[in-house]
Write a protein that binds this ligand. Structure first.
Ligand code: NAD
Length: 326
């Protein structure tokens, strides 16, 4: 199998190249993201392998089909980048990695929560300049506070386990509550009204786009801490920036953002003009943004490579495609 691998970075090559050799697959590593402008690079390959910020809309899928691509491999869990209806119409299975290390993703959410609450980013800025003044760095104790978890799937459950370890009380909202988890499920409105910390872990779909909007922030407690390691599009960024600037929100930790396609995984410090809303968020010290790195652990990378190549193997063997997105 020949795989056209898009949006290559050193950490991807390190995890995929040795494993592909073992499977006997040939990977061409392209630095380019998969977009309508770069889809032609897939010519001569059997599969594409894309990540979260590659673009796989209808026109790309049709072009890939014409080029002879037989299967679309995603080395991630989220599939919001792909037009699934058109992939189906073209007969191209979309195979993903549904769980590579949900603990790693939740741990990044916890890291952002701890850092923004205890202002680690600000103390780092000071102490590296030999400034050990701690004025202005007051946080809150998480012990005994209430965390509202939106989306109690694999990652949400890991986040709950971590936050329980801090002694937090957990309430949850999910469109499909899981009665086996023994959680206190509440309505979204109640979650907003009661939570000191809110962490969102549901997929981005048309139904969830901007589910956290101006009205949602208005319903939250004053001084709430908001964490998003799921997808930027779940949150209306303008409303978020307003909530931060008005003082409604105590802190925000995000590993994702709405315009990340234009920024993430690259050094964009040289751009002359920046997205105004992202710039507003980054300029505020109550906001800590990491660049979609929640997956970036040795364990997760190895699992992503293994499951992606196992998916390719099952496709080639005509076996059941357990990780197909339907
Ligand atoms: P999952 O499928 O195990 O869980 C998702 C949960 O969301 C499910 O319980 C589902 O019922 C719930 N849900 C669906 N629609 C909902 C709605 N309208 N309102 C509330 N809940 C709803 O997925 P997961 O593995 O926990 O991953 C969650 C998301 O995290 C993924 O979709 C992906 O976008 C994101 N993610 C981010 C990173 C990262 O590196 N930052 C890595 C992996 C996954």
């Amino acid at each position: 199998m020949k795989i056209a691998f898009f949006d290559t970075k050193s950490y991807w090559k390190d995890s995929f190249a040795p494993m592909a050799e073992k499977y006997g697959y040939e990977i061409t590593f392209f630095n380019e993201r998969l977009t309508p402008a770069t889809a032609h690079l897939a010519a001569g390959h059997d599969a594409t392998c894309s990540f979260v910020n590659d673009e796989v809309p209808a026109e790309v899928i049709r072009e890939l089909k014409d080029l002879g691509i037989k299967v679309l491999l995603l080395r991630c869990a989220g599939f919001d980048s792909v037009d699934l209806a058109v992939a189906k119409e073209c007969g191209l299975p979309v195979l993903r990695v549904p769980a590579y290390s949900p603990q790693s993703v939740a741990e990044q959410g916890a890291a952002l929560l701890m850092a923004i609450n205890r202002k680690c980013h600000l103390s780092y800025q000071r102490t590296t300049k030999f400034n050990f003044d701690i004025a202005g760095l007051t946080g809150i104790a998480l012990y005994g506070k209430t965390a509202g978890i939106i989306g109690t799937g694999k990652i949400g459950q890991c986040m709950i386990d971590i936050l329980k370890g801090f002694g937090m009380n957990i309430i949850a909202y999910d469109a499909f509550p899981n009665p086996n988890l023994g959680l206190e499920y509440v309505t979204l409105d109640e979650l907003y009204a009661r939570s000191d910390v809110i962490s969102i872990h549901c997929p981005l779909m048309p139904a969830t786009r901007h589910m956290v909007d101006k009205d949602a922030f208005a319903k939250m407690k004053d001084g709430v801490i908001f964490i998003n390691v799921a997808r930027g599009g779940l949150v209306d960024s303008e409303a978020l920036a307003d909530a931060v600037e008005s003082g409604k929100v105590r802190g925000v930790g995000m590993d994702v953002c709405e315009v990340e396609h234009e920024y993430f995984f690259e050094d964009r410090s040289n751009l002359e003009k920046h997205d105004p809303t992202l710039a507003r968020l980054l300029a505020n010290e109550k906001v800590l943004i990491s660049g979609h790195q929640a997956f970036l652990t040795e364990e997760a990378l190895e699992q992503m490579a293994k499951v992606t190549l196992d998916n390719a193997k099952a496709f080639l063997a005509g076996e059941e495609l357990v990780n197909e997105v339907k």
